[in-house]
Design a protein around this ligand. Structure first.
Ligand code: HEC
Ligand code: HEC
Ligand code: HEC
Ligand code: HEC
Ligand code: HEC
Ligand code: HEC
Length: 346
């Protein structure tokens, strides 16, 4: 055998020995047991149970959050329905000694080295327990999230720690205004909106009677700030104080604008007009399905069409309605506006 071939073989054998040594001495023995992984890691992860600290532990440092939570519906010890802090924020940590595997959720006890997450996507978190499922017991309150929230974050309206405490415009509505004081401040509105807020032929303002109070207050505040663009209402709203707005909203919300027919026949009519999706929030007959949505009762076809155009064009802006209005073409807009335009006050 020529000498250079012998040398080449020696080099190859040497490389082979190095490879065997690396496999046995450097690479973990369980590598490749289940594929391109360290097989023992599976057992280690399985052994590494989440360690919960309990709510009393959290109370010592997060007193404010604890207090809100302890007065909210996620803490109902009398019915034993308790959604503990660590259910939403992940385990507070601590781990068995001698464990060399370090999982993000079971590292050293929070707050030592371990940060707990603030849930960013509440549509994913809250629906785990609250999405309507056939067979889920009725005591567990359920919603159909597409209809209830229209894809918005639950935390936009609900305080996660006390879920029946509301935020934003909804909280303002809970604070309330004084309807009697409100009535005295509405003389200037009557020529356009009618004395009780029921719009009629010849009046250029939309119906305000029976409208959602939070919505009325938010609309007036939006005119005043210019976020909702309308030259007439900008002039009217710019002289109103916050308490005027609350009182006026309380007055018009308490006025009557009774609904026409509802029920299955009405839903079929809404579907035929292409308004099935609208009905999940605004109702098939214009009466909203939840406290969060405005009423469409008593509005004229022209006003409704104008409102949808404003959402599509940007003169009005709202996470849900702007997207919906942009998705409608001219014919679709005219059709749904004509449909709800038929929902007059009775
Ligand atoms: C010894 C005091 C202490 C205890 C006990 C404690 N925390 Fe914390 N927590 C902290 C500190 C300090 C921070 C860091 C604040 C920061 O970085 O702004 C924090 C941060 C957090 C955050 C993130 C806040 C943010 O804005 O990013 C969450 C969520 C949280 N803790 C939840 C809990 C929960 C749930 C428990 C009970 C298992 C708990 N904490 C127990 C002191 C504590
Ligand atoms: C139902 C789920 C849930 C439970 C139970 C819960 N939290 Fe939270 N927590 C959240 C969400 C969601 C947020 C983010 C709030 C937001 O975006 O408005 C949050 C925010 C926080 C924050 C950060 C506050 C901030 O302003 O950034 C702390 C601290 C906290 N929670 C501690 C606690 C403690 C302590 C408990 C138990 C007493 C608890 N949480 C129970 C869901 C929950
Ligand atoms: C681990 C399950 C669980 C998660 C996650 C959860 N909840 Fe709850 N929620 C409950 C239970 C159980 C109750 C009922 C407590 C009772 O009946 O006293 C409840 C009650 C409520 C209620 C009151 C319903 C009523 O009218 O009685 C609202 C609103 C609510 N949750 C909203 C939320 C929101 C928003 C989130 C997300 C930030 C959330 N929940 C996350 C289990 C959960
Ligand atoms: C636009 C505001 C808004 C958003 C966003 C929202 N909610 Fe609500 N939610 C409300 C209001 C207002 C109520 C009270 C309804 C009523 O009394 O008619 C409520 C009630 C509930 C209830 C109690 C229902 C019952 O039958 O008593 C649950 C559960 C609930 N919401 C869960 C959620 C969850 C989960 C999300 C996120 C997917 C969410 N909500 C998003 C405004 C909102
Ligand atoms: C000169 C006529 C005029 C007067 C006076 C007037 N409004 Fe209006 N108002 C309108 C018109 C026109 C609109 C529709 C504007 C638009 O398309 O945004 C409107 C819209 C509104 C809306 C929004 C309704 C909705 O469904 O979104 C509210 C709330 C309102 N007015 C309240 C008042 C109050 C309160 C007063 C008295 C303090 C008042 N307006 C005085 C003409 C008037
Ligand atoms: C997920 C719930 C939801 C759905 C679905 C929905 N809306 Fe709305 N709608 C709202 C909310 C919330 C507002 C109040 C927005 C604001 O503050 O400007 C609103 C406002 C409106 C207004 C303005 C009311 C006024 O008095 O000025 C009109 C008109 C309207 N919606 C029509 C529709 C039509 C038509 C559809 C179907 C094509 C529809 N909406 C679907 C939630 C919804």
């Amino acid at each position: 055998m020529p000498r250079h071939i012998r040398r080449l073989l020696l080099v190859l054998i040497g490389l082979g020995l190095v490879a065997v040594a690396v496999r046995n001495l450097v690479v973990d023995r369980s590598f490749y047991e289940y594929g391109h992984y360290r097989g023992n890691a599976v057992a280690e992860i399985a052994r590494d149970k989440p360690k919960f600290q309990g709510t009393a532990y959290c109370q010592s440092c997060h007193a404010a959050e604890y207090d809100t939570w302890a007065h909210g519906l996620h803490y109902s010890p009398d019915t034993a329905r308790i959604v503990k802090c660590e259910v939403c924020h992940g385990p507070g940590g601590g781990r068995d000694p001698g464990q060399n595997y370090l999982h993000a959720a079971t590292g050293p006890v929070h707050p030592g080295n371990l940060k707990l997450a603030v849930p960013a996507d509440t549509t994913a978190l809250c629906t785990v327990c609250h999405e309507q499922i056939v067979g889920r017991p009725a005591e567990q309150r359920q919603i159909v999230s597409g209809e209830h929230a229209g894809g918005q974050q639950c935390s936009l309206c609900h305080d996660a720690h006390a879920p029946l405490r509301f935020k934003g415009a909804l909280a303002a509505a809970a604070a309330g205004g004084n309807p009697a004081a409100g009535q005295r401040k509405t003389a200037a509105c009557a020529p356009c909106h009618g004395p009780t807020g029921v719009s009629a032929a010849g009046l250029i303002g939309p119906t305000l009677a029976g409208q959602n109070r939070a919505y009325l207050a938010a609309a007036l505040a939006a005119y005043r700030s210019g976020a909702r663009k309308n030259p007439i209402m900008l002039g009217v709203a710019s002289v109103l104080s916050n308490s005027d707005i609350e009182d006026i909203a309380a007055f018009f919300a308490s006025q009557k604008c009774a609904a026409g027919p509802g029920g299955a026949a009405q839903l079929a009519a809404a579907r035929a007009a292409g308004a099935a999706m609208c009905a999940s929030c605004h109702g098939a007959n214009g009466v909203p399905t939840g406290a969060a949505w405005p009423s469409l009762l008593g509005q004229s076809t022209d006003y409704l069409q104008g409102a949808l155009r404003s959402y599509a064009g940007g003169d009005r802006s709202h996470v849900v309605m702007s997207a919906i209005a942009k998705s409608l073409d001219d014919a679709g807009t005219a059709k749904v506006a004509a449909y709800y335009g038929g929902a007059a006050c009775k």
